[in-house]
Structures are given as C-alpha cells and as structure tokens.
Design a protein around this ligand. Structure first.
Ligand code: HEC
Ligand code: HEC
Length: 88
C-alpha cells in the first residue's frame, strides 16, 4: 500500500532543511579572502591615493606580457585590478 501523502511531504521538508543547513555550513566555513593585496612599495604607493579607475590605467605598464612584472599565465580575467587586489 502507498504511504500517506502527509508522510512523503514530511520527508521532503526534512531534505530541504538538511540541504539548507549544509549550504549554510559551507558558506560560514569558506576560507578568508586570499587574493594578494596591492603591495606597499615604491612601484605601487602612488596608487593608494588615486581614484581606483584612474589607478588601474597604470597597472599594465608593468603587468603586461612584455612588462617588468608580467601576470602569471593562469591569471583570472583581469578587468578591474583593484576590485580583486584590494588596497589596505
Ligand atoms: C612601475 C611598475 C609597476 C606598476 C605601475 C604596477 N606594478 Fe604591481 N608589481 C610590480 C612589480 C615589479 C611587482 C613584483 C613582482 C614580483 O613579485 O616579482 C609587482 C607586484 C604586484 C602584485 C603582487 C604583490 C604580491 O604580494 O606578490 C600585485 C597584486 C600588483 N603588483 C598589483 C598591481 C596593480 C593592481 C597595479 C595598478 C594599480 C600595479 N600593480 C601597478 C610593478 C608594478
Ligand atoms: C577576478 C579577480 C582578479 C582581477 C580582476 C585581477 N586579478 Fe591579479 N590575481 C588574482 C588572483 C586570484 C591571483 C592569484 C594569486 C593571488 O592569490 O594573488 C592573481 C595574481 C596576480 C599577480 C601575481 C601575484 C604573485 O603571485 O606574485 C599580479 C602581479 C596580479 N595578479 C596583478 C593584477 C593586475 C595588474 C590586474 C589588472 C590588470 C589584476 N591582477 C586583476 C585575481 C585578480
């Protein structure tokens, strides 16, 4: 004989709650942001005072493939440097 409808619903609710709890647990345990910060040194110091968009125009002078400090080959899409490499 089939299970009563109420009982089946109860199991779906439990499953829903369990997956919600699992996702919450995962988010709360995410590692701290680990992308490198904009370094404080003579190459970068002037960018701390600038408007972000203005500062980003200069990054590629050095961080382009032919520059003095090319980006690593596996670098993520590099649109807007300072949104990922924070200034602190
Ligand atoms: C005058 C040249 C120059 C300019 C302009 C420049 N950088 Fe750099 N940057 C360097 C050099 C050199 C290094 C060191 C590379 C290495 O690790 O060997 C570096 C390293 C870095 C690092 C890695 C720091 C670390 O902890 O390893 C980040 C992030 C970075 N730059 C971001 C930026 C951003 C964002 C901009 C634009 C706002 C910028 N840079 C503009 C020369 C420059
Ligand atoms: C979507 C986020 C993102 C953006 C946008 C971005 N980066 Fe990165 N960058 C990373 C990540 C992640 C790494 C891997 C190493 C790390 O943890 O910093 C990295 C690595 C680097 C490194 C090498 C650091 C080292 O290991 O020595 C430099 C230099 C750098 N980025 C400069 C730049 C510049 C200049 C721009 C803009 C043209 C830029 N990044 C835009 C996320 C980003």
């Amino acid at each position: 004989m089939d299970e009563p409808k109420q009982t089946k619903n109860w199991w779906f609710h439990l499953l829903f709650l369990a997956s919600g709890a699992a996702i919450l647990f995962f988010l709360l345990h995410a590692p701290p942001e680990s992308t490198k910060k904009l370094p404080h040194n003579p190459d970068h110091e002037r960018f701390f005072a600038m408007d972000k968009k203005a500062a980003e125009k200069f990054c590629e002078e050095c961080h382009q493939p032919q520059g003095t400090a090319p980006l690593p080959a596996n670098h993520p899409p590099k649109y807007r440097c300072l949104l990922c490499h924070k200034r602190t």
